[in-house]
Write a protein of this length. Sequence first.
Length: 259
Amino acid sequence: MNDVLLGIMIPFLGTTLGAGCVFFLRGKLNLSIERGLTGFAAGIMVAASFFSLLIPALNETTDMGKWGFVPPVIGFGIGMGFLLLLDHLIPHLHMHADKAEGPQSHLAKTTMLVLAVTLHNIPEGMATGVVYAGFLSGHAGITLAAASSLAIGIAIQNFPEGAIISMPLKSAGMGQWKAFAGGVLSGIVEPIGAVATILLTDFVVPLMPYFLSFAAGAMMYVVVEELIPEMSAGEHSHVGVISFAIGFMLMMSLDVALG
């Protein structure tokens, strides 16, 4: 159980360390660096969605024969729809955007920046919780190493995310500690979501293919709706694409080597 508790905290640690960059870096992050970090995070999330979530979901449905695609397709679609719903219900502001999304709000710009990152950390927390729930139940052929590889991969991509949110908060006039706290708080939903999912293990396990693909769909929504546009924003550049490839290859390697 200690291994599981440590595992669900690993992604949050990544966010915290990234947010700590606010104490060592000055000024705004260079646009090319932001693109690179965002592309890197997107690559990891896409690889995690396929290798750590969708493939195990499909492996769970082999006894359904040619209809084995149905549960993963349903779960994936619901996951996309869930994030789309949250996108419309929670006021948030994406990096470099002038207009906030979601319902009208009088929240400060910095608060909505934190909410934007918090929003896309929700599926990452659920993904971590689902794979650890599968491991604890001995279900879905998910090993501790496989669950840990997903947690480590998410932590790696959370590091740049923590920096990407804390640095702009500092540039907007926040003190270092407040900017750091904002970056850290954006990732707190991950261990909360993971614990909540694990507590529902008895409910989750019988529907494992649906929950694995649900988490994959939610993560892919974040990639397509937020990360890819951000890594491609402004003047044409290949930095985001190259970083995406590096992130994808790293997560694929982690999943195969550890899983």
